[in-house]
Design a binder for this molecule. Structure first.
Ligand SMILES: C[S@@+](CC[C@H](N)C(=O)[O-])C[C@H]1O[C@@H](n2cnc3c(N)ncnc32)[C@H](O)[C@@H]1O
Length: 210
């Protein structure tokens, strides 16, 4: 991995460690109410998995739903750099995307990311696709509506990875609904991976025999 990317990752990991200390000090309610202040990223294990999958699939058009401060964006952009592709990263928080843009610039990967501020539902509707790889990592009530908007625009063999299927615990009922919904769609194979906060990994096209 490039030294500039490593340096930016170290910066994210240091910020993440500081924020974990805050998380341990404050109530769950306070953490939830202040959630826009924090990275709340997919974490390193899940990010590495996403990077490996996107590279393995030679994904060229990668759609990220939920930039936050750009941690997962960095890992996806590193994959896009290798596949000659691009990440389209969506978040409602324009100021968080500005932070992410600066980090990606420092890592030398800014040319591989197209940041789109705004409500993801409106932005997805305006995008043509097809998408080869999608990360869904927004506030949880948006998973099903966003999946439904993305589904008709998936390329054959596309992956959709959805985070927070197991943790935090309060996300579990919504995660279960999402997993049932995705698995009810034609041409989708899907499996729950206990990596990071739990990832539902789905692949579109030429289904396995059940
Ligand atoms: C868990 S964070 C994403 C973390 C990021 N993927 C990472 O691993 O670093 C979820 C993000 O979804 C964004 N979000 C919430 N509602 C949204 C909406 N309607 N449209 C776009 N983004 C939204 C929030 O602003 C927040 O930054």
């Amino acid at each position: 991995m490039d030294e500039a990317v490593k340096a930016v990752l170290a910066e994210y990991h240091a910020r993440g460690a500081k924020e974990s200390e805050i998380q341990n000090r404050v109530s769950e309610e306070e953490w939830f109410n202040r959630r826009d202040e924090f990275l709340i990223s997919v974490g390193r294990d899940a990010a590495v998995l996403l990077n490996i999958l996107a590279k393995g699939a030679e994904a060229r058009t990668i759609l990220e739903l939920g930039t936050s401060y750009g941690y997962s964006t960095l890992w996806l952009a590193e994959a896009a750099h290798k596949t000659g592709g691009k990440v389209i990263s969506l978040d409602i928080g324009a100021e968080k995307q500005e932070y992410a843009r600066n980090m990606l610039r420092k890592a030398g990967l800014a040319a591989h990311v197209d940041f789109r501020p705004g409500d993801a539902r409106e932005t997805i509707a305006s995008l043509k696709g097809p998408f080869d790889f999608v990360l869904i990592d927004l506030w949880k009530e948006l998973y099903i509506p966003c999946f439904d908007l993305v589904y008709p625009k998936l390329s054959p063999g596309a992956f959709v990875a959805a985070d927070n299927m197991l943790l935090p615990e309060y996300c579990r009922p919504g995660a279960l609904l999402y997993r049932k919904h995705v698995r009810s769609k034609p041409d989708i194979d899907s499996v729950l991976l206990p990596v990071g906060h739990g990832i539902e990994l789905s692949r579109y096209g030429d289904m396995l025999a059940s």
